[in-house]
Design a protein around this ligand. Structure first.
Ligand code: PEP
Ligand code: MG
Length: 674
């Protein structure tokens, strides 16, 4: 047996990441490795056990190694400790598995110290206590099979959890960076923790079910960690519970990820929300939300705007440290969350909220009237909807139709695709809700930030550049066939148009049209207008060739912006800069309009740019005929249009096209050659 005493010099002690490095190295040797600290000695191949030592910076540990390769193991481990276990020993870099709260950008306006600055996700001001999103508790069955059966169950659940965590790691790495994703590697290691597994197996042998044993063992470990004096180490409790619940959900087939939320209205805080979680939020209780990651053009923010929920996204992991029930002001338009405001700030926020309310009610009073500029130019204002409720809301708010029905929300968060009948019923109800106004049904647009688990799609390095939208549907034509059948059946109930997403070349349009002809021939359906989304720069550049072959274009500025500027709309590092008012995007819009109008076809904009007050006059000036916006924005956009003149819009568009940057466009500045 060999032994050495070493001092842990990591700025925050032997916390999760350095401990993981230590454990990984210890596991490479056959010898047993134990670490002693104060009165306690643990197995150094168990991450949880090592963490429960609670070793703080400057404290010493004793490493004891026993076995055939003990000399090498001791040398490797003591060298590793001396070199900082993968961390810098001097810079005090973030060490709790989360990046520090996002620093304000250099050009940010000065904000009060208690204000977290994120990115504007959805407009509106909310005042209330914050509350962090937590998943529902899981009911565990007590009935157990034989120990062998329960072990098999446990192994299968651990394998499934490992797969989920691998996927989560990749997704978080893509969306938020390696630093934020690292925590899921720690979670994956916890699944293999020898001490934890030994405890679970002992409980199973004692007659407990895999779920009971796993719950008890993880809860014991979490409790041990929570009692540590060091708050950073005590924080690992959440990780053990998180991993514990993940496996438990698999073991109990508990699909529910619904949050347990307080009864009183509150501001929701979350690392991120999936579109379906956002959709499930009750606007009567959730005043607004603030997420640590995400982007303004990701579907979560889009949904927030549709729900009329103020939202701040990409606020950094600092928001996750806020204590539940802390009073805060969420300003979705400014992208800020101010905690414990002083009297003056609170009074200001209340006044702004009141002003916004009275403006909205004035706009609502004229919502049913047409949007005609002061010099007589009419612009259609229609709505983006994701379901029947949205459509009813849109009709009530003066929408002149549906410019984009995102059918994918029917396909998400379930184990299998919706049947043709199920789809038909939803499309029919939406067409009926719009009372004779046209509905543009976009065929399934899956991929990117909208994965579909039951299709077993291979994971892709760059999902936004992969098999998305029409590409995926053409690769799985039966899904598209079924959807088209449902759409054609619904067409009997009112005016309906079909639109294909993500078209990049004419061959895709030809293939999609062929399916349309095939399906229509088998139904009694009337002819419907066919359009395509312009979201890929290639399609915008080829608009003159597409135009004779379609009935309309609808520009998806969210994707057109991300693909033109090469900025992932969900990546918090760049999403805030993915501005659709970039002159390059505007030039592509201009080109699309020219191509369409030359062939006598019309152009809509259904991306989020359509409801940006600075973009509205520019888009109209570029010749866009229709704006499709979230339902709550319909009255506002209509009211804005009534205050404009087409002549002025054209002048603004001309100036914008001459600018060099989105910032210049926003300032209304002319590009000056330097
Ligand atoms: C767009 O890309 O602008 C669009 C409207 O489609 P989605 O946001 O659903 O990708
Ligand atoms: Mg799109």
């Amino acid at each position: 047996m060999k032994q050495i005493d070493v001092v842990i010099r990591n700025p925050t002690g032997l916390h999760a990441r350095p401990a993981r490095v230590f454990v990984d190295t210890a596991k490479q040797f056959r010898s047993t490795v134990r670490v002693r600290h104060k009165e306690k000695q643990v197995n150094a191949k168990s991450l949880i056990s090592l963490l429960t030592l609670g070793v703080e910076s400057g404290e010493s540990i004793s490493i004891e190694v026993d076995g055939e390769d003990e000399a090498q193991a001791l040398a490797a481990l003591s060298d590793l400790v001396a070199s900082g276990l993968g961390e810098s020993l001097t810079d005090g870099s973030p060490t709790n598995g989360h990046a520090p709260p996002a620093a304000a950008p250099a050009d940010a306006l000065p904000v009060p110290a208690n204000t977290i600055r994120g990115t504007a996700g959805a407009p509106g001001i909310a005042l209330g206590p914050v509350f962090q999103f937590r998943r529902a508790t899981i009911a565990v069955q007590e009935q157990a099979g034989t120990p062998t059966e329960e072990r098999v169950r446990l192994t299968a659940a651990l394998t499934e959890a490992r797969t989920q965590l691998g996927w989560l790691y990749e997704q978080t790495k893509d969306r938020a960076g390696v630093e934020e994703a690292a925590i899921f590697e720690v979670h994956r290691d916890l699944l293999d923790d020898p001490d934890l597994l030994a405890n679970v197996h002992a409980l199973i042998d004692g007659g407990q079910s895999a779920a009971q044993a796993w719950q008890r063992a993880t809860e014991d470990q979490a409790t041990a960690l929570s009692q540590l004096a060091d708050p950073l180490l005590a924080e690992r409790t959440t990780d053990v519970r998180d991993v514990g619940e993940r496996v438990l959900r698999v073991l109990t087939h508990a699909a529910s990820t619904a949050p347990v939320l307080p009864a009183e209205p509150f501001i929701l805080i979350a690392n991120d929300l999936t579109p379906s979680e956002t959709a499930a939020l009750d606007p009567a209780r959730v005043l607004g939300f603030c997420t640590a990651i995400g982007g303004p053009n990701a579907h979560t923010a889009i949904l927030a705007r549709a729900l009329g929920l103020p939202a701040v996204v990409s606020a950094g992991s600092g928001v996750l440290e806020l204590v539940d029930h802390t009073f805060a002001i969420l300003d979705g338009g400014a992208g800020t969350l101010t905690t414990q405001p002083d009297e003056a700030t609170l009074a200001q926020a209340k006044a702004a909220q009141e002003q916004l309310r009275s403006r909205r009610s004035a706009e609502a009073a004229t919502a049913a009237e047409a949007a005609i500029t002061r010099d007589g130019h009419r612009v259609e204002v229609v709505a983006n909807v994701g379901g029947v409720e949205d459509a009813r809301k849109a009709a009530a708010l003066g929408a002149e139709g549906v410019g984009l029905l995102r059918t994918e929300f029917l396909f998400l968060q379930r184990d299998q695709p919706p049947s043709e009948d199920e789809q038909y019923a939803v499309y029919r109800d939406i067409v009926t809700a719009m009372q004779g106004q046209p509905v543009i049904v976009r065929t399934l647009d899956i991929g990117g930030d909208k994965p579909l688990p039951y299709l077993n799609l291979p994971s892709e390095e760059n999902p936004f550049l992969g098999q998305r939208g029409i590409r995926l549907c053409l690769a799985h034509p039966d899904i598209l066939r079924e959807q088209l059948r449902a759409i054609f059946r619904a067409a009997a109930h009112g005016p309906l148009r079909i639109m294909f997403p993500m078209i990049a070349d004419l061959q895709e349009l030809r293939a999609a049209r062929k399916l349309i002809d095939e399906i229509r021939a088998t139904t009694d359906a009337p002819q419907v207008e066919i359009g395509i989304m312009i979201e890929v720069p290639a399609a915008a550049l080829m608009a003159d060739l597409f135009a004779p072959k379609i009935d309309f274009f609808s520009i998806g500025t969210n994707d057109l912006t991300q693909y033109t500027l090469a900025m992932d709309r969900t990546n918090p590092l760049v999403a805030a800069h993915a501005d659709g008012l970039h002159p390059a995007v505007l030039r592509l819009i201009e080109r699309t309009v020219q191509g369409a109008h030359a062939a006598g076809k019309w152009v809509g904009v259904c991306g989020e740019l359509g409801s940006d007050p600075l973009a509205v006059p520019i888009l109209i000036g570029l010749g866009v005929d229709e704006l499709s916006v979230s339902a709550p924005a319909v009255p506002t956009v209509k009211a804005q249009i009534r205050g404009l003149t087409l002549a002025d819009c054209r002048e603004q568009a001309r100036r914008a096209l001459g600018c060099a940057t989105a910032a210049e466009v926003r300032q209304g500045a002319m590009h000056v050659e330097i």
